[in-house]
Design a protein around this ligand. Structure first.
Ligand code: SAH
Length: 246
């Protein structure tokens, strides 16, 4: 028999909470999350939700009381351990607001371990709201069932980043002027993908990056992609070749 869509949905409403969770623990959810549970999802005392904390995994929790500003919940049991995250960093030059938000969201969905904003010579965005980027990553993690959040770091200058580059980490440099295919550069092990800003890299930057023995210039095809598209393409290729999509 044809079914109308199941309500409530089969999967539990998931929320990230920024405190270590444990069996039997009571906690209060407030602010926008309380509004979401009560007014948007219309959950009631006795309903269950899933919580994850980026530390201990994902837990089933029972709602004990729903108020306008606060929802009281109690942890019932652990459902999943924290996921293993492929060791891929995304180094991206800040680009304008809507597009960098999209990048943060998609980087989280695609599975990166860390987002490191990088200031390059042609970076034109000078203020980056890390709280807003983090909020986008949290929302993405809630929605795509991640139990770990990508780390998000303060922006660093490209020169500084190159100077302190870890010896054991491959630097996959998305070079709009061409390079090897991703299949020739992506190998299992610690890696980072570097994506430039709207204006691309300068010749000096290109030379400095390539001087690093850990760096490989990679081509993402014959078309010039926008930075956000280049990010999604490069991360997807890497995940398929060397990450956890294999
Ligand atoms: N304004 C530049 C393009 C910058 S595109 C120009 O006209 O040449 C923004 C970033 O996306 C680039 O710095 C690069 O990191 C990445 N990118 C875009 N298209 C690419 C391609 N075909 N191959 C590799 N990287 C690419």
């Amino acid at each position: 028999m044809a079914q109308t869509p199941a309500w409530p949905p089969a999967s539990l409403t998931r929320l990230f909470v920024d405190q270590p969770l444990s069996q039997g623990m009571a906690l209060t959810i407030d602010g926008g999350q309380a509004h979401y549970l009560g007014a948007v999802m219309r959950l009631k005392a006795g309903d269950q939700i899933a919580l994850f904390d980026d530390r201990t995994g994902e837990w089933r929790a029972g709602i004990e009381q729903v108020g306008k500003r606060a929802v009281a919940v109690r942890i019932v049991e652990r459902m999943r351990e924290r996921e293993a995250v492929p060791d891929l960093w995304l180094l991206a030059a800040p680009i304008k607001k809507g597009r960098i938000d999209w990048m943060a969201e998609k980087a989280c969905e695609l599975g990166v371990a860390r987002l490191q904003p990088v200031i390059t010579q042609r970076t034109i965005v000078d203020r980056l709201n890390l709280d807003r980027l983090r909020a986008h990553m949290i929302e993405a993690a809630e929605q795509c069932e991640r139990t770990a959040l990508p780390m998000l770091d303060e922006p660093v200058k490209l020169a500084q980043l190159l100077k302190a580059w870890p010896e054991d980490r491959a630097l996959i440099f998305a070079d709009e002027e061409g390079g090897v295919p991703m299949a020739a550069a992506a190998k299992p092990g610690p890696a980072a993908i570097l994506i430039g800003p709207e204006g691309g890299f300068t010749d000096g930057e290109r030379a400095a990056i390539k001087a690093l023995p850990q760096a490989t210039g990679v081509s993402l095809g014959p078309r010039i992609l926008r930075a956000d598209t280049a990010m999604a393409a490069a991360v997807s290729l890497w995940m398929g070749l060397a990450g956890d999509w294999r």
